[in-house]
Ligand binder design. Structure first.
Ligand SMILES: [Zn+2]
Length: 141
């Protein structure tokens, strides 16, 4: 995994998120399914991360914050995710319906895809972010 702070990500052009503020984030079936899964899931099979709030405006705000201010995580398959540290608990991860972890960060995936972009809560510590690869700033900062 590689990590970049938001400023270096912009400067080095490592990620080009769409403008989440102007998008309908439940515009595709795929996005609507993800929105329901992560705000008001119908079932809790496997690992399910859920925001505390079910309303779309807040989901949208989290996705925008992640897109604009998230650190960039590049995994071994070159997938780029944005992770925004909220600094407070914003959701819970369940495993088969049993509480597993508190979530204090938002992960935005498929951030450059207007019909794929979506967000869900994660536990920042488990993202293993350490320092920005370009400027060595600690993450989150
Ligand atoms: Zn940096």
């Amino acid at each position: 995994m590689k990590y970049y702070c938001p400023e270096c990500a912009v400067r080095l052009n490592v990620v080009n998120p769409i403008d989440a503020a102007t998008q309908n984030l439940t515009g595709s079936n795929y996005q609507f399914e993800k929105f329901v899964k992560h705000t008001a899931p119908i079932e809790y099979k496997g690992i399910v991360s859920v925001f505390f709030w079910q309303d779309y405006p807040l989901y949208r705000d989290f996705t925008i914050s992640g897109s604009l201010s998230g650190i960039v995580q590049i995994d071994d398959l070159d997938r780029r995710n944005l992770i925004w540290y909220a600094g407070r608990d914003i959701g819970i991860t369940y495993e088969n319906g049993i509480y597993k972890l508190p979530n204090d960060a938002v992960k935005v995936v498929l951030s450059d895809n207007p019909t794929g972009i979506h967000a869900y809560p994660v536990n920042f510590e488990l993202q293993y972010a350490t320092l920005c690869l370009a400027c060595s700033r600690p993450l989150p900062s």
